[in-house]
Every structure is written in structure tokens, then in C-alpha cells.
Design a binder for this molecule. Structure first.
Ligand code: HEC
Length: 398
């Protein structure tokens, strides 16, 4: 779905053979090993891990004395008649797994330690940083996690920083505008408007509309490309090990004008697997591996891709402040034709949270081809994302 711009290829088309599958699996393992070794080299940073495991019993005691009055015994909110304040629209119902599981413990801890305004929430939510120890707060969070009765919801900790190209495994409620611009050669850029929406416990819908603006023979050509409709499903997720695995199936009808290079000219199927691993030091690795399978490979050849993003999240004040996530992506693409070469790109980048609530973020990087570079220009890639489940775009800034 990224960079549908194809570069010259020769005739002769083949379908996936077992040798290629083997090759792809091999490359995947190489990426994994490479990713893991790079990640262990990266500096370790502070984590929210407390030395002792959280004690939900102690948490219950704290909740019943300090939080009950507003949040209610069952976590749904105390009866309106007993609370004086006017409820903000974002007032939490902690029994709603759909709303609570996406919030990592660190986000809750920030609000409990520093009070509502620290994340752009209401001042009615008091700061408990002076009253409760860090351990007490971890305990009360552990107790509150019990309000969601269904353990199958993937936890927000596994929602790793979004890379510029590599797709992550976690299902999102997100709107992203992402642009890739040539930094040399003919001017041109592709902007993807991406809407992602969760449904059910483990699923996500995705629509990606690419818009092309390109200088072709000194004339600007504008047009849409092939729209992606995708469904993602989490197959496995485990907070204890920090792992999440998803499958996505996508279909791209030929909505773009392939004569101008804005699409494949034939319906394309795009299956992929995504696996993300978070380490206790907030180092992470994301893998994505899949194929673009046009229905008529004589019009556009089939191709396979493998992508890896390795990164580390840093933040002041134990992940309570602005978060910086430097990452490097390694991107490979290979047409399934006899004699085709694998295109490798490297993409160093930096993601940063912009809004105080961290629901608006930006990422910038430069994608540089390092094999088969002929006709492939380096690109500046930028996105801005809005996690709309965390509140309106203009809320949560101060
Ligand atoms: C005086 C009432 C009051 C008390 C006491 C209170 N809260 Fe809150 N809390 C609120 C309100 C109101 C909000 C919603 C703020 C908003 O959405 O703008 C909130 C929000 C939160 C959130 C944020 C949830 C999210 O959506 O991210 C957490 C976590 C939380 N409270 C935990 C606690 C804990 C733990 C305690 C006890 C130690 C506690 N609260 C005590 C009123 C209170």
C-alpha cells in the first residue's frame, strides 16, 4: 500500500514457487536476528517496571478509600446524585474493555500521579503523586485492570510507535496523513489518507486512499491511486512476553490510472503477517512480511516484501512526558520474476508525540535505496497521526 510507484521491469512473469517461499522465510529470519541484535545494542532507558509485582489486594484497599467516591465501587462511576461535579464527556467507565485496554498503564499512571490536566483531562481528577507511593499507584492500577472482565483484548502497551512504512500488529482507531516526496530526480509526491477503525475484540478495518502529484515531462499530473481495503485480526497477543501477532488481508481495486503510473491496472490482493516485540527497556522490533498479488500478473508482476522497524522510546519523567521514538526501518521488495533483484531501502526516522495527551504524533525520516538504486530516488517521508479514540483532535493540548 506504500509506494505503489513501480520501476522498470522486464517481461516474463512467474508465480510464487516453493524456492521463493523458502528465500522469503530465510530473509525473515535474517531480519529477525538483525533486529534483535541491533535492539540489544541500543541504550536501555527507564521503564515503568516496579521492582515488586503489583499487589491488587493493596490496590483494592486504596481504590475503596481514594477513588470510590468518584469512580464508583464497580468502576462505572459513582451515582450522579452522589457526585457534585459535572461529568466530562471522557469520564471513564472502567468496565468498558474497548476503552480501557487500549490505555497503557503508563498513561493511567501519568493521570493518577499528576492529575487530569497532565494529559489534557479535567481538573476534577486530582493528582495523587504526593499522597500515594509509586508502588501504591501500580497496585491500584492492577486492581482497576480487573474491572474489564475479558482478558482477550490486546493491551495498549503492545501498541508500539507507528513506523513510516512497516505496518504494526496492534489494531488501531487512527487517522493518518502520510506523504512521501522525492528528494532528487523528477519532483513528485504520494500522500496516503489512512483511516483505521477497530471492531470486536481483535479486529480492525483499514482504508488507504493514495493521492499522487507528479511532475511527468514537466507537467504536473494529479490523481488517486489504488485504494486499499484491509481487515486485520490479532491472532496472538501477550503482555507478559511483550508479543503480538496479526494477519491482514487487503484488496486494492484498480481505482488509479495505471497509464500514468498511479495504480496497478488490475485488482491486487495484499496479505501480510505482522509481528511486534516489545522489550522491558522500551526497545521494540516490528516485522511485516507479505505479498502484493495482482490478479493479472502480466499487467503488474507479483511481488513480496519484508519490512523491519527497530526502535526505542525515550521520555522524560518515566514515560510521563513527551515521547521520542527513534527508529530504523529496513525495507525489502522483490518482484516475483526470474532474475529479479531485491530492492533494499533503509529508513531512519524519529517519531514524537505532539499533543499533551499523546493522541497526535508526527514522524519524519528519509528512505534511501541501497541496492538496485537505479531509477529509485531517496524520499522524504512524513506523517501526522491522530488517535481519535483518545479524544477530539483539538482536545488534550493544554
Ligand atoms: C474527585 C473525583 C475523583 C477522584 C477522587 C478520583 N478520580 Fe479519577 N477521574 C475523575 C474524573 C472526573 C476523570 C475524567 C477526567 C476527564 O476525562 O476529563 C478521571 C479520570 C481518571 C483516569 C483516566 C482514565 C482515562 O480515560 O485515561 C484514571 C486512570 C483515574 N481517574 C484513576 C483514579 C484513581 C486511581 C483514583 C484514586 C486513587 C481516582 N481516579 C480518583 C475523578 C476522580
Amino acid at each position: 500500500m506504500w509506494n505503489k510507484v513501480r520501476f522498470g521491469w522486464s517481461r516474463g512473469v512467474s508465480r510464487i514457487t516453493s524456492r521463493q517461499v523458502l528465500l522469503a522465510s530465510f530473509a525473515f529470519v535474517v531480519c529477525t536476528v538483525m533486529g534483535l541484535s541491533v535492539s540489544t545494542l541500543i541504550l536501555r532507558s527507564q521503564t515503568l517496571k516496579s521492582p515488586k509485582p503489583a499487589d491488587a489486594k493493596n490496590g483494592e484497599r486504596i481504590y475503596k478509600t481514594g477513588c470510590n467516591a468518584c469512580h464508583g465501587e464497580l468502576g462505572k462511576g459513582a451515582p450522579q446524585t452522589s457526585t457534585e461535579f459535572k461529568r466530562p464527556s471522557t469520564f471513564p467507565d472502567f468496565t468498558q474493555c474497548s476503552a480501557t485496554t487500549a490505555e497503557p498503564n503508563a498513561a493511567w499512571k501519568a493521570v493518577i500521579v499528576h492529575g487530569g490536566p497532565s494529559r489534557g483531562f479535567s481538573t476534577i481528577m486530582p493528582a495523587f503523586g504526593e499522597l500515594l507511593s509509586s508502588q501504591d499507584i501500580d497496585d491500584v492500577i492492577a486492581y482497576m485492570r480487573g474491572f474489564c472482565p475479558n482478558p482477550h483484548w490486546p493491551r495498549g502497551e503492545l501498541n508500539l510507535p507507528r513506523a513510516l512504512v512497516t505496518e504494526k500488529a496492534y489494531p488501531e482507531d487512527e487517522f493518518v496523513v502520510s506523504t512521501a516526496a522525492n528528494v532528487s530526480g523528477a519532483p513528485g509526491f504520494v500522500t496516503d489518507y489512512i483511516h483505521e477503525q477497530r471492531f470486536g475484540v481483535k479486529n480492525q478495518l483499514e482504508v488507504d486512499l493514495p493521492v499522487y502529484n507528479q511532475d511527468q515531462n514537466h507537467q504536473w499530473q494529479n490523481g488517486i491511486g489504488d485504494i486499499t481495503f484491509g481487515v486485520k485480526r490479532v491472532m496472538y497477543s501477550n503482555l507478559r512476553t511483550g508479543s503480538i501477532l496479526s494477519l491482514q488481508g487487503g484488496i486494492l481495486p484498480p481505482t488509479g490510472d495505471s497509464k500514468r503510473g498511479f495504480g496497478n491496472g488490475t485488482t491486487t490482493f495484499e496479505p501480510f503477517v505482522a509481528f511486534d516485540q516489545l522489550f522491558p527497556s522500551n526497545t521494540f522490533v516490528q516485522f511485516q512480511m507479505g505479498a502484493d498479488l495482482p490478479r493479472h500478473p502480466d499487467i503488474t508482476p507479483q511481488s513480496i516484501f519484508y519490512r523491519t522497524a527497530v526502535g526505542q522510546t525515550f521520555a522524560s519523567d518515566h514515560l510521563l512526558g513527551r515521547m521520542w521514538s527513534p527508529m530504523v526501518e529496513f525495507l525489502a521488495n522483490r518482484n516475483l520474476m526470474d532474475g529479479a533483484k531485491t530492492d533494499w531501502d533503509v529508513l531512519p526516522e524519529m517519531q514524537v508525540t505532539i499533543s499533551r495527551r499523546q493522541h497526535v504524533r508526527a514522524d519524519i525520516g528519509v528512505r534511501t535505496p541501497f541496492t538496485d538504486t537505479r531509477g529509485r530516488a531517496p524520499q522524504l517521508v512524513v506523517y501526522v497521526l491522530w488517535d481519535w479514540a483518545d479524544g477530539k483532535l483539538w482536545k488534550g493540548w493544554r
